[in-house]
Ligand binder design. Structure first.
Ligand SMILES: [Zn+2]
Length: 163
């Protein structure tokens, strides 16, 4: 790790899922933002690129779970699209809730109303769980679509997914 006043240079190796080690060089811009009470605070500019569009968010933290160090938003998107098993589990959980409430499984069907005799609080909690799971799955799928699109863009000589 080296840094200039306005750049952080990272040089490291990653290995994912039993594949070969790979060298990664990443340069992250640093900006200094004046504080309201004087002085200034440094922030990173996220280097993530999703679907050929640079993220560029100003963030105080970068996460290094994947190949690159990225902001929370990019990291979450990249992470979600890598764990299809987790989506399945989430979907199954959401469907279980739907069926327990007397509805049909699947996001396309209407969410069942509160069954008679069930506490409002219980119903709200279950609905919350199902919606949360479905939202995350939805998010993950849209990211994968972006990924595929960015691969197609790549072939036409545009920028790649993360670099
Ligand atoms: Zn980002």
């Amino acid at each position: 790790m080296r840094s200039d006043p306005d750049r952080l240079h990272l040089s490291y190796r990653v290995r994912r899922g039993g594949s070969e080690w790979q060298d990664v060089e990443e340069t992250i811009r640093i900006v200094h933002v004046p504080c309201r009470l004087g002085g200034e605070r440094p922030y990173f500019i996220c280097p993530g690129v999703v679907n050929g569009i640079a993220c560029g968010r100003r963030v105080a933290k970068l996460h290094g779970s994947g190949r690159y160090f990225l902001c929370r938003h990019c990291y979450r998107l990249a992470h979600a699209s890598q764990s299809e098993g987790a989506w399945d589990r989430m979907l199954r959980r959401a469907n279980k809730v739907r069926q327990r409430l007397g509805g049909d499984p699947g996001m396309a069907s209407r969410f069942p109303p509160k069954p008679k005799g069930m506490w409002r609080r219980t119903y709200d909690r279950l609905r919350e769980q199902a919606f949360d799971a479905e939202m995350r799955v939805d998010e993950a799928f849209s990211v994968q679509a972006e990924r595929l699109l960015s691969r197609i863009d790549n072939r036409k000589g545009k920028r790649s997914f993360w670099k």
